[in-house]
Design a protein around this ligand. Structure first.
Ligand code: GCW
Length: 694
């Protein structure tokens, strides 16, 4: 029995377990993960009147027992074959679901598969208990499905406790000390497992002085977190500072080729595994935005990553080495430097030089988590390197969890992008593991999906209750990257808003889809146009400021003048970034005609009168989309009000969502008015429809 939490149950409310809890279930197997499954089933049965049995013989209880409705069992039990014929190995995490003659069976080769099978049953609800179901096997496409917390132990003077966190404080630390709230932490692990996540990196990739100590004298705090998350099959990873041998070890250098440095990392890592035997590995942001790295010693990123990979290898650990490396002290007058080029320029030449247990973690776009960017060219440039794709669930640039912005469609577009053209593999294949559902047929294991978490100690976990869907979608896409994001949204709605049985469930579903499905594109419409990005207030990145970054060292410019706007990244006349893609994309992006509208200003500087594929001019597109975006937000607010008015949502959720929708509308109007005014003043071209522009 868990103590009832004073927090929203998100996608695993008790009602989601009704179908299981009202039946007779037998769990066969032992060990900690099986215990977790059993305790979930027991709790559901206690609530809904079912029976949970542990052990015994498959299909038969003790004499006199009524037969089982549901059996969760490891494939080592012979009797399983009466239900599910032997098939392909299911691996560490896969499972098969089947039903025969009114008995539903989940079979797995390993205990973790039973846990994921249980959550599949939860998603299916009553549908899991049809009398007959043909066997259906599920295996994760990606072996590594990780969330990165950007949590600090201390409250950082500028960034707060959670860097780019919009959901309160950390779930791990408070007042500089471990929070030690195992119930809350366990509930988080449960939610993560419930959407398929199996790894958590616990601290910010910007590793400040206090947090650096988590690796050594404060390691016990990490071990405590690992203990709580382990029953949900979640491994803990740690962000470390490349300068640790100096700052923690007292060495005069952190040079990756120095013997003392290698010995320090080896010894330190041995200690880590002595304390946390199933530790996942390190995450490193090096030579990026002021973090220390190998450049200080004239070494490259492969030298740096391999140093840590070598220390982790004896224990099966991995290093996630981030590719987010660029010059953040650029001179804006220097038109030859292009931040978008940086990751490729640094890393592509190193392809093939990284150890097997080094994973290069690449942000999905070449800039920085904008609402719209092309897919990073690094993903196609390093066939001999294990790559992980990083997405930002925390909504730094997409409304900071004050705006509804369901990002499933964005990530799904990225994962489905085919960098080598229509006949080549997709991004999801590059990140997948051989033998996984995506069967990419690649030589080596992909590095998986990494999602920067949007969760904190907020009672709704994510500030905006509807932002829970983003965390859920990130996990589901890591497990099955070809899932339709709209179907994922449906799952999330179905689980989270389990009908209070009052009211019309169809209205609920339809309304939430209306509010959420297209919300990413709505956000794109009222913010920076046609892929140009940024135009946000510097520092905190909320709200509009068209020129906020224009004359800064950050490399994020739009170059608007009286004649036109956009960044010339062509090979012919620009920075050459378009040439970092393989054909056909290099050619498509190079030409104004071939370039998709939504990325036009990312690749080209064009006159305001340039005609888009849509038939509209750039300037008219800016006006139209901004007015339309505001209208869409206004409409979303009406739909929500109607929904809440019908008594279909919990009043606390309603209050929170309504307050945020009000702010979203205010902010969208601000974006619209500022952007339109700015471009009217620059271009002198009036709106064709004569709408108010200030
Ligand atoms: O998006 C930027 C953020 C930084 C962040 C950085 C990164 C953790 O503004 O706050 O630092 O990206 O991804 O390293």
């Amino acid at each position: 029995g868990q103590r009832p939490l004073d927090v929203h149950p998100a996608w695993l409310p008790p009602e989601a377990f009704r179908a299981i809890g009202s039946r007779r279930t037998r769990v066969l197997g032992d060990g900690p993960l099986v215990e977790t499954v059993l305790s979930e089933v027991r709790e559901a049965c206690a609530r809904y009147g079912g029976v949970a049995r542990h052990g015994g013989v498959m299909g038969h209880g003790a004499t006199g027992d009524e037969p089982d409705d549901l059996i969760l069992v490891l494939s080592t039990v012979d009797a399983v074959r009466d239900f599910v014929p032997a098939g392909q190995p299911l691996g560490e995490e896969g499972f098969t679901l089947a039903a025969r003659s009114g008995v539903t069976v989940v079979v797995a080769d390993r205990p973790a598969g039973l846990l994921y099978g249980l959550f599949e049953l939860v998603r299916l609800g009553e549908a899991a208990f049809r009398p007959e179901r043909a066997p259906e096997s599920h295996r994760p496409a990606m072996r590594r499905r990780m969330v990165d917390q950007w949590d600090n132990v201390d409250v950082h003077p500028v960034m707060g406790q959670v860097e780019r966190g919009y959901a309160g404080g950390s779930l791990f630390w408070r007042d500089g000390k471990p929070r030690r709230d195992p119930d809350r932490l366990r509930a988080y692990g449960r939610l993560l497992a419930g959407c398929g996540v199996n790894a958590v990196s616990v601290n910010n990739v910007n590793v400040h002085a206090t947090e650096a100590h988590l690796l050594t004298d404060r390691l016990a705090e990490v071990a405590e977190i690992a203990d709580v998350l382990r029953p949900y099959h979640i491994r803990v990873h740690l962000s470390v500072s490349f300068a640790s041998p100096i700052t923690l070890g007292g060495l005069p250098t952190a040079d990756p080729l120095d013997e003392r440095v290698r010995a320090w990392w080896a010894g330190t890592t041995r200690q880590v595994y002595a304390t946390i035997p199933d530790f996942g590995g390190y995450v490193v942001k090096a030579d990026s935005e002021g973090q220390p790295g190998p450049f200080a010693y004239g070494r490259n990123h492969a030298d740096g990553a391999n140093l840590l990979a070598a220390a982790l290898a004896p224990y099966g650990g991995v290093v996630h080495w981030r590719a987010f490396v660029y010059n953040h002290r650029q001179d804006w007058r220097d038109r030859s430097t292009d931040r978008a080029r940086a990751a490729y320029d640094h890393f592509a030449p190193l392809d093939g030089q990284f150890h097997d247990n080094a994973i290069l973690q690449v942000k999905y776009g070449p800039m920085d988590f904008q609402a719209r960017e092309p897919v990073s060219p690094v993903i196609a440039a390093m066939p001999a390197t294990r790559l992980a794709v990083e997405v930002q669930v925390t909504q730094e640039y997409t409304g900071q969890q004050r705006h509804v912005c369901y990002l499933g469609p964005q990530w799904s577009e990225v994962l489905g992008f085919r960098p080598w053209g229509p006949d080549g593999p997709a991004v999801r294949d590059v990140a997948a593991s051989p033998g996984g559902a995506a069967s990419p047929g690649r030589a080596h294991d992909g590095g998986g999906l990494v999602a920067v978490s949007n969760a904190g100690d907020d009672p709704f976990w994510t500030g905006h209750p509807l932002a829970q869907a983003n965390l859920y979608a990130a996990g589901r896409l890591a497990w099955a990257p070809d899932l339709d994001p709209t179907a994922i949204l449906d799952e999330w709605i179905e689980l989270t808003f389990t009908p209070s049985s009052t009211g019309d469930p169809d209205l609920l579903r339809r309304s939430l889809h209306e509010v959420m499905d297209g919300s990413w594109r709505t956000y794109e419409r009222y913010t920076a146009p046609l892929g140009v990005g940024f135009m946000v207030r510097p520092g905190h990145h909320y709200g509009p400021d068209v020129d906020g970054y224009e004359y800064t060292p950050w490399g994020t410019y739009h170059f608007a003048d009286r004649d036109g706007i956009g960044v010339d990244r062509t090979v012919a006349t620009g920075t050459g970034f378009a040439g970092q893609y393989p054909p056909p994309w290099s050619q498509l992006y190079e030409s104004r005609q071939g370039c998709p509208d939504e990325l036009l200003l990312f690749f080209h500087h064009v006159p305001y009168g340039h005609v888009l594929h849509s038939g509209s001019t750039v300037i008219q597109h800016i006006y139209d989309t901004h007015f339309a975006g505001v209208e869409e937000v206004r409409r979303a607010r009406q739909v929500w009000e109607r929904l809440a008015g019908a008594g279909l949502v919990d009043p606390a959720v309603d209050t929170r969502v309504r307050e945020r929708l009000d702010e979203q509308l205010r902010c969208a109007e601000e974006w619209c008015d500022q952007l339109n005014a700015y471009f009217l003043r620059k271009s002198g071209v009036p709106d064709a429809h004569g709408r108010p522009i200030y």
